[in-house]
Design a protein around this ligand. Structure first.
Ligand SMILES: NC(=O)C1=CN([C@@H]2O[C@H](COP(=O)(O)OP(=O)(O)OC[C@H]3O[C@@H](n4cnc5c(N)ncnc54)[C@H](OP(=O)(O)O)[C@@H]3O)[C@@H](O)[C@H]2O)C=CC1
Ligand SMILES: CC1=C(/C=C/C(C)=C/C=C/C(C)=C/C=O)C(C)(C)CCC1
Length: 336
């Protein structure tokens, strides 16, 4: 040991080369780890073509949704980008058309935080689309201001991430059944494990911290997906849900200063790219391997396990029944 320290403190060109090589090796190793973490998402890139298929993707103007839309457009699908911000959505549409040479890309207005907007979007689809092959519930938001509600009086994170998709699925279910075999894909999050859905507070206005509600809403996605799959058994409309990985996207854009600084360091440094984050969604939307699989949770394009709380079917049913009331489904609306 003494010999090594002694040698390192001498002035010798061999020592300098040794030190420089060691530093370069450490930097290269760290960069390789970072590169690996950012691009990998299971080895699941499927070749399936999507010509003749119509796919609705919510939140397709940003992050994982944008990469999903681009990939499926590249496979020849007709894409309906369901977005609340038409300006950015149209710019993304132009980019996708230019890159994929597929001009069957439509942008339609959908604000999942507004039941009126969800109903208008669904009515338009029902009127204009004879078939929908895949519905991808991708849109999501985190960190509504504490106490912020939708125009329907529902806590905004839950309104956007759970109640909006719940209502939209009901309103589109007849088209999906008519189009069977059809698929519903729901982007949830593994971080549901940090939360629990409180049955006594399904409209959790004022819950603190606001970030917690993001995890609750992602847990609600899981209960919804499992109960939906049960109700759709035998219809040839499958429902699967996924965790995309920890992805460097816009999802935490509402994090305030100075917390956004460590957040940015972590996401830019170690989270995966949005392209990697889209792979499991793409797999569930396209792969023949899952054509007859329903009600399952996926991560890195492989089936994953859920915790015991997520398997509680009685709780899933109660959340469903309360959600029906919160989104104000009427007897005239399709029933699932
Ligand atoms: N990033 C990650 O590490 C993880 C993400 N997820 C999930 O992935 C999904 C995609 O998010 P990600 O790409 O990361 O984040 P982004 O913020 O980049 O994308 C979210 C998309 O959802 C849209 N959106 C938000 N609110 C609404 C609304 N009210 N109506 C319609 N669209 C809306 C956004 O539109 P706009 O541009 O107008 O805001 C945007 O297009 C989400 O469901 C998220 O929960 C799950 C686990 C991890
Ligand atoms: C570590 C750490 C933070 C970062 C948390 C991150 C980066 C969470 C990402 C979660 C995702 C992407 C969930 C997807 O469903 C904070 C909050 C800034 C506080 C300081 C400590």
């Amino acid at each position: 040991m003494g010999f090594i320290f002694g040698w390192l403190s001498t002035e010798h060109y061999v020592r300098d080369i040794f030190l420089m090589t060691s530093v370069a090796a450490i930097v290269a190793t760290l960069m390789s780890i970072r590169f690996y973490l950012r691009i990998t998402a299971g080895r699941c890139f499927t070749e399936t073509k999507m010509e003749g298929k119509t796919v609705i993707i919510t939140g397709a103007n940003s992050g994982i949704g944008k990469e999903t839309a681009k990939d499926l457009a590249g496979r020849g699908a007709r894409i309906i980008m369901a977005c609340r911000n038409l300006e950015t959505a149209n710019a993304v549409k132009d980019e996708i058309v230019k890159e994929t040479k597929n001009n069957k890309i439509l942008v339609k207005k959908l604000d999942l935080g507004s039941q009126k907007s969800v109903r208008e979007f669904a009515a338009d689809i029902v009127k204009t689309e004879p078939k929908i092959d895949v519905l991808i519930h991708n849109a999501g938001m985190a960190l509504a201001f504490r106490g912020q509600t939708s125009e329907d009086g529902v806590e905004l994170t839950m309104a956007t991430n759970h109640y909006g998709p719940f209502l939209l699925t009901h309103l589109l279910i007849d088209v999906l059944k008519k189009s069977a075999p059809a698929r519903i894909v729901i982007v949830a999050s593994e971080l549901y494990r940090l939360s629990s859905v409180n049955l006594a507070k399904l409209n959790p206005i004022g819950t603190f911290p606001a970030a917690y509600l993001y995890y609750v809403s992602k847990f609600a996605n899981i209960y919804f997906a499992r109960e939906l799959a049960k109700r759709l058994e035998g219809t040839k409309v499958t429902v699967n849900f996924l965790h995309p990985g920890m992805i460097d996207s816009g999802i935490w854009r509402n994090v305030p200063f100075p917390l956004n600084l460590p957040m940015m360091a972590i996401t830019k440094g170690f989270f995966k790219t949005t392209k990697a984050g889209a792979q499991t969604t793409i797999y569930l939307a396209t792969s023949n391997e899952v054509a007859n699989v329903s009600g399952k949770y996926f991560m890195d394009c492989k089936e994953a396990t859920l915790n015991a709380a997520a398997l509680d079917e009685e709780k899933g049913l109660k959340i469903w029944e309360e959600s029906v009331k919160i989104v104000k489904l009427t007897p005239q609306d399709p029933k699932i």
